[in-house]
Design a protein around this ligand. Sequence first.
Ligand SMILES: [Zn+2]
Length: 317
Amino acid sequence: MRLQTPRFKGKDHFCTLRYNLSGFKIEGNRIRFSHFYNNVPLVFTLPEGSQFTNVKQVDLFYDDIKGAYYVAIVHEVQSQQDYRDNGLYQAFDLGVTKHVGVNSHGKFIEFSVARPDTYWKTPIAELQARRDHCKKKSRKWQKLNRLKRKCERKQSNQIKDFQHKVSRKIVENTRANTILVGDLSVKQMPQSKQATPGLNRSTQNTGHLSRFIGFLTYKAALAGKRVIKVDEQNTTRACCVCGALHEMPLWKRVMACECGNTLDRDRNSAVNIMVRFLSQNALWTGYRQFAGNLRQTGPRIPEIPGHSQEAPCVSGG
Ligand SMILES: [Zn+2]
């Protein structure tokens, strides 16, 4: 491995300063760093009424788009109440275009996913093309580069903002204390190997999805709820009634099975996630309630997961 010698840093360069446990002191609503900047003590006023318990890390960093310095404090937050399984569950199939959920009462809920990336795609590409026509690092180049980065920042802020709102809604609007989501690490992205234009961009969103699950998890924990990841293998492909496996390319929006089950593909996977969690944990009372309630709204899943229902679970491992 080649050793990297420190490169030249311009006068405007500012490295993020990271403090772990020492090098700073929080007194009242002020934070004081042990370092000085050109003999000026580094003291910042913190927002009114902020409480920091068990501070883990403090970052002092410079945002060159906004031209401002920031202090980020990582600390522990106590949850309002402890988690307790109240026998109610809410399963979610998280997708690129929508999140579809089903609860113990057999009720479906849908959140369509805002896609600021489709809006920003064109302006960002145009700015990049214009920038690349200029001499690198020239005044014009730098101006366009700044604009491009501003657009990218705006786009990612909009995605983040939307994710915060939806995850909060999910946690607040359910009476279930347990929220089930598919485990992304085993998620099979259909067709992702084929070079379908436009699809690669959408599979990139799995990165966004894992951040979304992160938001969901901490917001749930604060409200005394819990997010549990369920093995997602075959939840899209298996019919939720009889368990038969079908090829489900992305354009196929409906699961239409020979057994007579016709159900929206995302609803079908949400039901599968719920069924898998309840059977894996032998929560048979919860399962019977769910199956009974679901019958009133649509899919007639077996009252007791029989041999046909078990088959995909076993092969899905
Ligand atoms: Zn079927």
